[in-house]
Every structure is written in structure tokens, then in C-alpha cells.
Design a protein around this ligand. Sequence first.
Ligand SMILES: [Zn+2]
Ligand SMILES: [Zn+2]
Length: 339
Amino acid sequence: MDDLKYGTRNKRGDFTPGEKLEGAPVFVWPPRPLKFLRWLPGYFFPWNALFFLLGLGIWNWATPAKETLATLDWRWIAYLWLRNSAIVFVLFGAVELRLYVQRSQGNRFKFNGLFPADKKSDVFMFGSQNVDNMIRTFGTGIPIWTAYEVLMLHLWAIGWGPWTTFAEHPWALVALGLAIPMIHETHFFCIHWLIHRAPLYKWVHSVHHNSVNPSPWSSLSMHPVEHLLYWSDVLIHLVLPSHPLLVLYHLQVTGTGAIVGHIGFDKIEIGDERGMGTHAYAHYLHHKYFEVNYSDGVMPFDRWFGTWHDGSKEGDALMQARFERKRARINASPPTSTQ
Ligand SMILES: [Zn+2]
Ligand SMILES: [Zn+2]
């Protein structure tokens, strides 16, 4: 595909999409029903539909029976851990293999013209972004994800919590299922904003931001404290009436879904003429500029708090003006006493 029909490339080889990012027309006033209907398919396809199918498959074919889950036993816990590791290894690995190892589309549609593997850096374990990212993903990420899953499935099996069934409350469960990506994004915005404050940024979140030029393996490359916060959104199923299928879907949206923002390409080419939009640009801008796009634009918080960057030159100017105001505020504040 000719990516320059869809955007521009600068001298460094970085691709910028021609269309600026638009926040979802969900929480807008006045309502925009036609725009909402045009936007809606993208809420489901391809990503959330894929995560739901994964959750459904896991629930039907790869989750132990309720009687087994009622007793904590290392064998089924190890099984969940291996199953989650395998899903991440296969999915993240497949995207990484095609786009970053085989480099099947070169740097067409790639936001950062360089490939992380071409640049060694001391900030990473063994000087390699990929090795560092994989150690963090499989070393603490998947075990913490699995711990949340074990907790939730065990509590369901012993009947602790407001669990219900699709026969009893079908519409409430469908509504919760539809809202899960928005619940995840709301929670992510809150914890993400929090860990960008000092000193949490330095101690915790800087680990994730070491990957300035992210690839799929960067998705779950986080400090263990961030892993703990990141998956805590699933605890909402102990507050709202829910079903374990929705827990498994939610864990996919949060866990596997982290890949969406870290693909590094605006489109994945499918044949010579077609490409699949990735939805990766908003979070790529976050990795590039740090203090923009704390969430991905479905929820309106970045727009409300003035931290939305739509990828355009105007978006850049707004961000620079905000940074200027911040600098001026810091310079104007009285020096703290040393006594
Ligand atoms: Zn990220
Ligand atoms: Zn961040």
C-alpha cells in the first residue's frame, strides 16, 4: 500500500496519519446520533469483538468446572497461568513477528520510522527493549493478571459476591458487557493519571515509558505496582451484579487489549490494497509526549481536562501552550524555604 495517500512522512521516516484523531461521539452535547451510528461499528470491530470471542472461548473450553474452582489448588491455578501466558505469547508474538521481525510492511504506516531492535539502550535489561519487555510481561504481568482471575473465579465458585446468571438478569448482563471497555478506560484514565504524578512516575510508571518507540511486547511491560493497579478494574464485578463470562471478557479487554495502543503502526496491511486501522495512534502520542492522551478517546476525560492530543499541528500547538503555562506556573511559585 502507498501509505503517503493516507498521511505524511518526515525526514526521520516517521509517519503521521492525515486524519486527525476524533474522540468518540458518545458523551457529547448536543447529541450527534448520525455520527454516533457511524462510530459504533468501530467500538466492536475488530478489537472488542475479538476479545469477547476470546473470553467466550476461554469460558466454554479453557476454564475449570465450578466445583474445581471452589477449592484453591495449585494445579488449576498453574493451568490458568499457562493458558494466559500462551494467549499473550501467540497473539503479541504474531503481531511482533509480522511487523517487527519479518518487517512485512517495512516502515509503511509506522509512527516512528525506526525499529526498537535497531537501537540498544541502557535503560533496558540486557540492553534490549524486547528482552526487557518480555521479562516484565511474563515475570510479573501474567502472574498478577492470573492472580486476579483466580480470585474472581474462586469467589464466584463459592458464591461470594453479587453474581447472577443470563437466565435471571439477561439485560443487566448485556448492558454491563457493552460497558466493559468504557469501564476499563475510565479506570485506566484514573490510575494512569495518578501514576504520572511524582514520585509514582519515577518509581513506577517510568518503567512502561522506557519504551518511547513501543512495539507489541511493550504493552504489558510495567512495574509490578502498575500491574496491580492496572488489573484492579476487574474488581468492579464484586460490586455490580455480574457473571464470570464477563470477568473473562474484561480480563481480555484489559490484558490482551493492551496491545492495541502499542502496535506502532496506523494500519496493518492486508494484501496490496487494504489495511486494517489499528486505533494505536492516541496511545502512541502518549508514549511520544507523556502528558497527553491518558486514555484513548472513547471516554471524554482527556477532552474535559485539556490533555487530548489529536495528532495534528493544532494539537501540537495546544499541547505546547499548556506546557508553557505549566512552566510559567512553576517559575512563578515562591521558592520553598530551606529552614
Ligand atoms: Zn503504553
Ligand atoms: Zn503513561
